[in-house]
Ligand binder design. Structure first.
Ligand SMILES: NC(=O)c1ccc[n+]([C@@H]2O[C@H](COP(=O)([O-])OP(=O)(O)OC[C@H]3O[C@@H](n4cnc5c(N)ncnc54)[C@H](OP(=O)(O)O)[C@@H]3O)[C@@H](O)[C@H]2O)c1
Length: 210
């Protein structure tokens, strides 16, 4: 490849130089030099190596830090987002700053080692899906689309890929929104592999600025 379309800082954390496994061993976790990393990202864009640069898994507070010195603001922030973790505050914040939110694990990463069936098995979403003659996956993806967010959904199954594209010729009703707004909120993928007593984030609250 001569260039990337979009290049993201995956997490607001660094590791000791050298080969990096996943999860990164806790003793190798280091605080990120936000300014240094973002300047290098900007240089990548200025050199034409990437068309856009952005963030992933950054809280409002951490994006604010980047914005204090960015000459090229992040184009997007990619985070966990679905009707069970709606990210209302982050969506509002990013909208005000002109940053697009991308929803990852929009179906709760069902079937993945880090995932959960709490989106696809949600009774409220099942009820809404039944009323529209759609699947729960389609309801979740449509809801994300209606929030003005972009979405990365993953399937290795052709039929489900087609199903996941079938969200553009119908919409959710006010009644659906009343129900979706009442779904109890919690993060399904807290990602505590970045938390360590010796590392830069000693608690999940520090990682997410919750
Ligand atoms: N930036 C980050 O830190 C971060 C973190 C996590 C994920 N991501 C990215 O986000 C993207 C998607 O997230 P994800 O794979 O974690 O979760 P996801 O898209 O919510 O879920 C994928 C799972 O859902 C199943 N699935 C897909 N469509 C379905 C449908 N219509 N009905 C029922 N099941 C369906 C897939 O199985 P089948 O293949 O069998 O259909 C797969 O097991 C990936 O590209 C991933 O790399 C980014």
């Amino acid at each position: 490849m001569e260039y990337l379309d979009l290049y993201l800082v995956h997490w607001p954390i660094s590791s000791k130089p050298g080969e990096v496994g996943f999860p990164v061993p806790k003793e190798d976790l280091l605080p990120m030099d936000y300014r240094g990393v973002w300047e290098a990202m900007e240089e990548s864009q200025m050199l034409g190596l990437t068309k856009s640069i952005g963030l992933s898994n950054f809280s409002c507070k951490k994006i604010e830090t980047i914005l204090t010195f960015a000459t090229i603001p992040p184009s997007i922030n990619q985070v966990e987002m679905h009707p069970v973790w709606q990210q209302r505050k982050l969506i509002e914040f990013c909208k005000a700053k002109g940053i697009i939110v991308t929803a990852y694990s929009p179906l709760g990463a069902v079937g993945k080692i880090y995932g959960s069936n709490q989106v696809l098995e949600n009774e409220t979403l099942k009820e809404i899906a039944k009323a529209h003659g759609k699947t729960v996956a389609q309801v979740s993806l449509r809801w994300i689309f209606e929030q003005g967010a972009t979405v990365v959904v993953k399937s290795l199954n052709l039929e489900r890929m087609k199903q996941n594209l079938g969200i553009f010729d119908w919409k959710l009703t006010d009644d659906d929104y009343d129900k979706i707004n009442q779904i109890p909120q919690h993060r399904l993928i807290p990602s505590d592999f970045w938390v360590s007593p010796q590392g830069p984030f000693k608690t999940l609250e520090e990682l997410w600025d919750d």
